[in-house]
Ligand binder design. Structure first.
Ligand code: SF4
Ligand code: SF4
Length: 151
């Protein structure tokens, strides 16, 4: 069943990339699939629509739960980053204040690996951030703010 659900998520990602104007080859490269699989997905073949319904439910969960589900289903950083970045519904503005002490806790906690330390200050890559808020909640000096940006 998890394999079917991950296929449902890849299908949703393929549809999203198609809507952005990517070719089948570009979609295949982006999702690490072969082109015939992408064609099958986009033609609705070899898919369980129940799995697509479950995948839609996962995408519509709160960002933290969505990320947790994708992490369990894919268990591979590149694939997690790709699927979440394509299917997340919001963009985020990330702010790190001067009170950051460079402890690195947020770096370790971020599943998307969106945070690095730069000169002993946290630096967040907004395009990778999916708004799970774990870093904001766990920072010991409350130095991080994650804000939704309307598309
Ligand atoms: S957890 Fe907070 S204090 Fe520690 S590196 Fe991250 S932003 Fe800085
Ligand atoms: S909210 Fe923080 S922990 Fe979550 S993805 Fe964004 S940077 Fe990473």
């Amino acid at each position: 069943m998890p394999k079917h659900i991950s296929s449902g998520l890849k299908y949703l990602a393929a549809v999203e990339l198609k809507s952005r104007g990517l070719s089948h080859k570009e979609i295949a490269d982006e999702l690490d699939l072969d082109r015939s699989t992408v064609s099958h997905y986009l033609n609705g073949r070899n898919l369980s629509w129940g799995s697509v319904d479950v995948a839609n439910t996962i995408v519509n969960m709160c960002p933290k739960d969505f990320l947790s589900m994708v992490q369990v289903l894919f268990n591979d950083l590149d694939k997690i980053q790709t699927i979440v970045s394509i299917l997340k519904s919001e963009q985020y503005k990330t702010i790190v204040s001067k009170s950051c002490i460079g402890c690195g806790l947020c770096v370790d906690l971020c599943v998307m690996k969106a945070i690095k330390l730069d000169s002993l200050k946290a630096k967040i890559e907004p395009d990778l951030c999916c708004g799970c808020l774990v870093c904001e909640e766990e920072c010991p000096t409350r130095s991080i703010r994650i804000l939704e940006v309307n598309k």
